[in-house]
Design a protein around this ligand. Structure first.
Ligand code: HEM
Length: 616
């Protein structure tokens, strides 16, 4: 067996083992009833899968090093050399991270019995996929950020899809009466995973093929076609399952055929994973070549310097960030499915909340895919605008959309002791940890305080230079903004909201802090992230420090609009509450013949009587 074959085989083993581990953990976390017999079998699969993951990852890293080295030195020196490469060379460092994540997962999987621990044990899986996404052809691709994002989404989708379907086939003998419900839940998960695989697969393919014709004229393209064909077989089988067999799973004959075809389905997906491993070691038609003379902007951002900013470029320049785009479109789709479900049940949902949510999603799409992201990578002022839109502006319409309230109303509760989406939302929202961060004072402090922490710590450069860091910043500031706005004017459950006057005080105190931060930046002559913005080599706009001072103005200025909107929101809610209180008191007065007023008058009369007595 050649070293190259060993590389491909160990990569396939590693990827399939990660899929088996992730599939078993997902099934425990969100499909099977707690304490069901199948849980023990699923955690056994997770344990075995994570051990095979470690073996596959280790073999793959050794084989990759051997293929790089070209010759096999004697054993003692080989491991030594492999280790020093694994701690110094990007590619092998990534494989070492995948191996370490496997070791951590294999320890956690020995303890997994509950949905909560199964969910936490998915963290090393995501970590490993994050590192894998930065290897292979994605590493040197022209649009590096898109290539790694698309690869992460692809690997995550492929891992979930193959994992949950594969694990259910292994568990079929112990599912008993829960088989039908479990399969319905798994097929929903598989649909989302398949959507992620297809969208990111097309993006991956588009990066590596120069023309569609290369799909059938190149070995790489033909492998892609084979993958797509196998995937279509899997999708066709899955569609048949859902439509024909699943509703009649209680029928023994149908069940036998169902599981036989499920095994074929899994076989097709495993075959796709195998083809994918071959694809990863096949040269793509678009050669991976480093630019001969990359500009400073290209070296820092991975992209050419965008043109000087204008209204046209702010609205016309778009750069696909596929993970954010996929998540945002999915959030819009899930929200609309929830509204339709309420409608079908005859329950109303205010149209302005739906409109507000969708407006927030559209705004987020522009922030994460358009001008704010493009200019946020090359200028401080652009970055500050992106940041302020994320933390101050987009959370306002998103919060008015009341997503948690809709989810808790639209999602059916599980009755078999399993933990579904509705139960998970409640677990998170009602957790002590979330209650702490959602508390109005804490939400206001993190809303304002994180500004300082972010800009005056290495986090800022991490978000500028590292794509995963940038995605973390996007998520973090949007959530911090949502928690703050929800504490002041939201209806979603979570925070114990203070009185209206205190909310107004909280709002203005927080905004004053923001303004103070903005002014401090405007006055500052010390460049933040100097080896980034200072070396960008921009051919347009002011110098870096002046641009930073503009950024301070943005931080100060952009806060005004949300403050006005939130203040109006608080006062409107206050007045509504007052009106409701008046109505309630009126109804009470009608019911008890105004007992409260009479009691009050009686108290006044008694006081007057006492006073009169005392004066006598
Ligand atoms: C629309 C169908 C699909 C397309 C167009 C597609 C395309 C791609 C492309 C272009 C790559 C990058 C290969 C490279 O490194 O150059 C890739 C990798 C990969 N694909 Fe797909 N794919 C599709 C479906 C699937 C499915 C259904 C699965 C499994 C369920 C899958 C699993 C994988 C895996 C595991 C890798 C990473 C291979 C590695 O780096 O070791 N793909 N895919």
């Amino acid at each position: 067996m050649t070293v190259e074959t060993l590389v491909t085989l160990s990569a396939a083993t590693r990827d399939l083992s990660i899929a088996a581990t992730a599939g078993a953990l997902l099934v425990i976390a969100g499909v099977l009833p707690v304490g069901h017999a199948a849980v023990a079998r699923a955690s056994l699969i997770a344990r075995v899968g994570s051990i095979l993951w470690v073996v596959g990852a280790f073999a793959h890293s050794l084989a990759t090093y051997a293929s790089i080295r070209g010759a096999l030195p004697d054993a003692s020196r080989f491991i030594e050399e492999w280790w020093s490469y694994s701690t110094s060379v990007d590619l092998l460092q990534a494989y070492l991270q995948v191996l370490l994540a496997g070791l951590i997962a294999s320890v956690l999987c020995t303890l997994v019995r509950t949905p909560a621990l199964a969910a936490w044990s998915l963290v090393p899986v995501a970590w490993a996929l994050g590192w894998l996404a930065q290897t292979g052809h994605a590493a040197g691709a022209a649009d590096h950020h898109l290539a790694t994002s698309a690869m992460f989404l692809h690997l995550a989708g492929a891992t979930v899809w193959t994992g949950v379907i594969g694990v259910m086939v292994v568990l079929r003998g112990v599912l008993g009466g829960t088989a039908k419900d479990a399969m319905i839940r798994v097929s929903r998960l598989a649909i989302w995973a398949a959507a992620a695989v297809i969208v990111s697969g097309i993006a991956n393919g588009a990066i590596r093929l120069a023309t569609p014709a290369e799909l059938w004229t190149t070995p790489y393209g033909r492998l892609l076609l084979l993958k797509t064909a196998l995937m279509c077989v899997a999708i066709a089988l899955a569609a048949w399952h859902r439509r024909v067999a699943l509703p009649r799973l209680s029928d023994a004959a149908v069940a036998r055929r169902f599981w036989r075809l499920m095994a074929v389905d899994v076989g097709a997906l495993v075959a796709v994973m195998g083809v994918a491993a071959v694809l990863a070691s096949t040269a793509p038609p678009v050669p991976i070549e480093a630019l001969a003379e990359p500009s400073p902007a290209y070296q820092l951002t991975g992209y050419a310097l965008p043109p000087a900013p204008s209204f046209a470029t702010w609205v016309g320049l778009w750069r696909l960030e596929i993970i954010a785009a996929f998540v945002l479109v999915a959030l819009a789709a899930v929200y609309l499915i929830g509204v339709l479900r309420l409608r079908r049940r005859g329950d109303a949902w205010p149209w302005h909340r739906t409109a507000s949510w969708l407006a927030g999603i559209v705004l987020m799409l522009w922030i994460t895919q358009g001008g704010p992201t493009v200019y946020g990578m090359v200028t401080f002022s652009g970055h500050m605008l992106e940041h302020m839109l994320l933390v101050m502006v987009a959370p306002v319409p998103l919060t008015f959309g009341a997503p948690i309230t809709l989810a808790l109303r639209a999602l059916p509760p599980r009755r078999d002791g399993s933990v579904g989406p509705r139960e998970w939302i409640r677990i998170v929202v009602e957790s002590r940890w979330m209650r702490f961060w959602a508390h109005p004072i804490v939400a206001a402090t993190s809303f304002a305080g994180f500004l300082i922490v972010f800009y005056y710590s290495p986090l800022f450069e991490l978000a500028l230079r590292n794509h995963a860091g940038h995605l973390w910043m996007t998520l973090h500031f949007t959530v911090v903004g949502y928690l703050f706005v929800n504490a002041l004017v939201g209806v979603d459950p979570g925070p114990t909201r203070p009185s209206y006057p205190l909310r107004i005080v909280l709002l203005f105190a927080t905004m004053a802090f923001h303004a103070f931060f903005g002014v401090a930046i405007m006055m500052s002559t010390v460049l933040l992230a100097p080896t980034y913005f200072g070396l960008m080599g921009r051919t347009w706009g002011p110098d870096a420090i002046t641009d930073q001072q503009y950024g301070g103005g943005v931080a100060w200025g952009i806060g005004e609009l949300p403050v006005v909107l939130l203040a109006i929101g608080i006062i409107t809610a206050w007045r509504r509450e007052d009106a409701r209180e008046v109505k309630r008191r009126d109804r009470q007065a009608d019911r008890d013949d105004d007992a409260e007023l009479r009691a009050y008058n009686a108290m006044l009369a008694a006081t007057a009587e006492e006073d009169a007595q005392r004066e006598r």
